[in-house]
Design a protein around this ligand. Structure first.
Ligand code: 3EB
Length: 333
């Protein structure tokens, strides 16, 4: 028997307004194609990435209430009984360069979490304007990683629980760096992918500081389990595979997802992830012209039941064309 999931994430046709009015178990409403600086309510999270294809969807997170909302420094949050969603949007025209801004965002996030009843981030999403601008170690993604490592007070060598993460580029003219997260009172179960080198062990060639995230975390609560996937791309070992071949990159990303889910089954011993209608996928696409090919590839290789949307976004390595992120339900076997 499957129990009700603690995080109920879904895509819904329409606009955010109705979800924010008087619904007592709505933790967050994500709207695509709008600057994060336009947030009108602590639970309203505009994301600068444009949705490709139709119909136009919002993403709604629901959990057990009552839900308390508030502001803490530059962070806005919604806190349910067992889960918290928080988001930060920093106007880069005011906060300085990307390293400084990333450090500031993670300082705020960390200071907020330290005093929250839900201290453990399970997954963090990072949307970075012009992520591939600059060359070599000056690339904005690498500057972002430096700022994150400056702020985060953990040594991955100690094997602390790490959150899952997604880092995607928003349009270069978007003014805000956006970071949002899901947190709980206990850490998630970290899952690494046997097909991939752990990101925190990436060799020097990818930048001066490695990204700090796990390939996925399992949220266990109320007898139900959910898999929070990190952004998953066509990376095997630590190398990009299928350069300039978007359909093959999507297939490789899916193989990584399946491999990670299998590892989750091995670690829990009794819970298997399923790409079904209780979960959702987000597919990031660098070149909007690739939408049809990506859509056909995904339709052929992943169950039709799992809801998905396509977002225009740059991937953190210039040679990656697509990436998959999502929430997947798990069932006891
Ligand atoms: C990769 O596999 C792709 O810096 O937080 C994926 C997910 C990636 C999260 C991050 C980066 C991040 O290395 C890049």
């Amino acid at each position: 028997m499957s129990k009700t999931q603690s995080l109920r994430a879904s895509y819904q046709e329409g606009i955010p307004g109705p979800w924010l009015e008087g619904s007592d178990n709505v933790l967050a409403v994500f709207e695509f194609g709008h600057s994060p600086l336009e947030s009108t309510d602590p639970r309203h999270v505009p994301v600068a990435l444009r949705q490709l294809g139709s119909p136009s969807m919002v993403e709604v997170w629901r959990c057990d209430g009552p839900i308390k909302t508030g502001t803490w420094d530059r962070l806005r949050f919604a806190q349910g009984e067992k889960l918290t969603m928080g988001h930060i949007a920093l106007d880069l025209r005011k906060t300085g360069d990307m390293r400084e801004s990333s450090r500031l965002a993670y300082d705020i996030l960390q200071t907020y979490l330290q005093q929250s009843p839900h201290q453990w981030p399970l997954k963090i999403w990072n949307y970075i304007p012009g992520i591939n601008q600059g060359s070599g170690d000056e690339e904005l993604y690498r500057r972002f990683c430096l700022g994150r490592a400056d702020a985060v007070l953990i040594d991955p060598g100690d094997r602390p629980p790490l959150p899952a993460a997604t880092a995607i580029g928003s349009p270069a003219d978007e003014p805000a760096l956006q970071v949002y997260f899901l947190a709980a009172a206990l850490p998630g179960l970290d899952v690494e992918n046997p097909r991939q080198v752990s990101a925190w062990r990436y060799p020097r060639q990818y930048g001066p500081r490695s990204p700090l995230f796990s390939r996925g975390t399992i949220l266990r609560m109320n007898g139900s389990q959910q898999f929070l996937l990190s952004g998953t791309a066509s990376v095997v070992g630590h190398q990009t595979h299928h350069e300039n071949q978007v359909a093959n990159q999507l297939s490789e990303s899916l193989r990584n997802v399946y491999s990670l889910l299998e590892e989750g089954y091995r670690l829990t011993g009794d819970s298997q992830a399923r790409l079904d209608d209780q979960g959702l996928l987000k597919v990031y696409i660098r070149n909007p012209d690739d939408l049809d090919l990506i859509r056909r590839t995904l339709d052929a290789e992943a169950p039709a039941e799992i809801p998905r949307i396509y977002l225009e976004g740059d991937i953190c390595r210039e040679n990656l064309l697509t990436e998959i992120d999502g929430v997947v339900s798990m069932q006891r076997t």
